[in-house]
Design a binder for this molecule. Structure first.
Ligand code: DX5
Ligand code: ZN
Length: 216
């Protein structure tokens, strides 16, 4: 299992320390970009991503929670992202083209869905996407409670991916911690995003290790 700590929950006054924690113990930097329009919250932008890029020894995974994601994908690619995902709800008919554009920048392209978006909406994109990000809370805020129905959605997407003969990773994001990592892994996830359960834990290294060992 790969663990992707969400920097949204890091201590911004000790960001270098938290970046080093990911370098030393986790697998991927998960960077949440919120625009105050697609979601009712604003996170951080290019200066923070570039500062992390200068110290990151693990791949950077940029999760765009913004309207018109095609306007900014290239800048995040130039800032050093190895993975960029955008919401299907924000791109709709332009999703396939945007996946191709992201890939042409040498970056892995992921499609994200919120908990109220039927999984079948993204089935037509599974032949081209490099990964899928299934939200297990509504995008916009860290520290929310995992929505249990997400497990069936992960299973459905996982089954469809196998059905079409592909083997792309499913990333799951929102309310994940040592208590539910096993169930999320069993459902078919292979990348676990975790914000609060890592950075607010008394022992972040132990929390990461536990999730890395979740079955699958
Ligand atoms: C929510 C973000 C998540 C968030 C996860 O919109 O996409 O990545 O930071 O935080 P936790 O793990 O605290 O739910
Ligand atoms: Zn995220």
């Amino acid at each position: 299992m790969l663990v992707a700590p969400s920097i949204l929950a890091a201590d911004f006054l000790h960001l270098e320390r938290d970046v080093q924690l990911v370098n030393d113990h986790a697998d991927i930097f998960h960077l949440d970009i919120m625009d105050g329009t697609f979601v009712p919250n604003i996170s951080f932008g290019f200066p923070v991503v570039e500062a992390i890029a200068a110290k990151a020894q693990k791949p950077m995974d940029v999760h765009l929670m913004i309207v018109e994601p095609w306007k900014y994908a290239e800048r995040f690619a130039k800032a050093g992202a190895s993975m960029i995902s955008f919401h299907y709800e924000a791109a709709l008919d332009r999703s396939r083209e945007l996946i191709g554009n992201i890939q042409s920048m040498g970056v892995k392209a992921g499609i994200v869905i919120n908990p109220d978006c039927p999984v079948k909406n993204i089935f037509p994109l599974l032949d081209v996407a490099d990964f899928v990000l299934i939200m297990s809370v509504f995008a916009g805020f860290g520290g929310q409670k995992f929505i249990p129905e997400s497990l069936d959605r992960i299973k459905a997407v996982s089954a469809r991916i196998r059905q079409i003969g592909r083997d792309i990773p499913i990333e799951v994001d929102g309310g994940i911690g040592p208590d539910n990592a096993g169930a999320v892994a069993d459902a078919g996830a292979s990348i676990l995003v975790a914000g609060s359960s890592v950075f607010k834990a008394p022992d972040p290294v132990q929390a990461i290790q536990f999730m890395k060992n979740a079955r699958r």
